[in-house]
Write a protein that binds this ligand. Structure first.
Ligand SMILES: NC(=O)c1ccc[n+]([C@@H]2O[C@H](COP(=O)([O-])OP(=O)(O)OC[C@H]3O[C@@H](n4cnc5c(N)ncnc54)[C@H](OP(=O)(O)O)[C@@H]3O)[C@@H](O)[C@H]2O)c1
Length: 247
């Protein structure tokens, strides 16, 4: 018996990286999974892999710089499975542009993908979860949501917003819905590669008592913990999964 048998989970940004690892883990635990992203080839491959392992999943292609994507993702989930129990707001866009060079176009794209989508999808899913009397929402922030040391302006600001959003959602959506967040450190994904990969993280790795980057599966297991009764007295919390870089 899986920990998520009978549950339906939307995982944004699950065509790649830690979102995809979470989709695989959730499907292995019995959840019906909605995979989302822009890349259809990777989305289809993820769904095919889940089905080949005996799981259940669909994919929705949606660019989340376009805010109408929230309704598209939610509708696809409702049409396929008729409900939603878990929302993992994971899709994220890295911006390395320094403050003085940041354009409003880039800022709005980062804000839409990293924060506004979580609000819109959160509203749609929370209404359904309230009706059912239960639900779990996990927002993926970052260590860049805790300190400007770990990311430049747009990314850092958007991830700080995810911290506040998590606490505000938890306070307003309880007691039926648990809302928590995760602050990953350096995790081995395509996003980390785009920032220079592990070689660019030597400072962070040295600061970590564990002396390594994390794996997507280590974020997936934390998402699982925060989506089950194993975390029944935890809400409004941001859990750092970062190898202890700032401890
Ligand atoms: N890796 C790290 O070290 C690290 C550290 C802290 C926090 N995070 C956060 O972790 C989350 C997952 O990142 P990751 O490291 O797993 O990166 P990743 O492998 O690059 O995955 C990012 C995911 O987000 C989706 N996405 C990005 N922009 C999108 C857009 N405009 N519309 C729709 N989907 C979009 C991508 O889908 P498509 O490519 O199919 O569009 C992909 O599935 C992000 O929120 C990121 O900020 C990562």
């Amino acid at each position: 018996m899986g920990q998520l048998d009978g549950k339906v989970a939307i995982i944004t940004g699950s065509t790649s990286g830690m979102g995809r690892d979470t989709a695989y883990r959730f499907a292995a635990e019995g959840a019906k999974v909605v995979v989302t992203g822009r890349n259809e080839e990777r989305a289809k491959a993820a769904v095919d892999k889940i089905k080949a392992a005996g799981g259940e999943a669909i994919y929705v292609i949606a660019d989340t710089t376009d805010l109408s994507s929230a309704q598209k993702i939610f509708d696809a989930c409702m049409n396929a499975y008729g409900t939603v129990d878990i929302l993992i707001n994971n899709a994220g866009m890295l911006s390395l542009t320094p403050f003085l060079d940041l354009t409003m176009e880039e800022w709005m794209n980062v804000l839409n993908v990293n924060v506004t989508m979580a609000i819109l999808l959160g509203q749609l899913c929370a209404r359904e979860m309230k009706k059912k009397g239960a639900g779990h929402i996990v927002n993926i922030s970052s260590v860049a949501g805790t300190s400007a040391r770990w990311g430049p302006t747009a990314y850092c600001t958007s991830k700080h917003a995810m911290m506040g959003l998590t606490k505000a959602m938890a306070r307003e959506l309880g007691p039926e819905i648990h809302v928590n967040g995760i602050c990953p450190g350096a995790i081995k994904t395509a996003m980390l590669d785009s920032a220079g990969g592990e070689a660019a993280m030597t400072g962070m790795i040295e600061m970590s008592p564990l002396h390594r980057c994390g794996e997507g599966s280590e974020i997936a297991s934390t998402c699982l913990f925060l989506s089950t009764a194993e975390s029944s007295f935890i809400t409004g919390q941001l859990i750092r999964v970062d190898g202890g870089v700032d401890c």
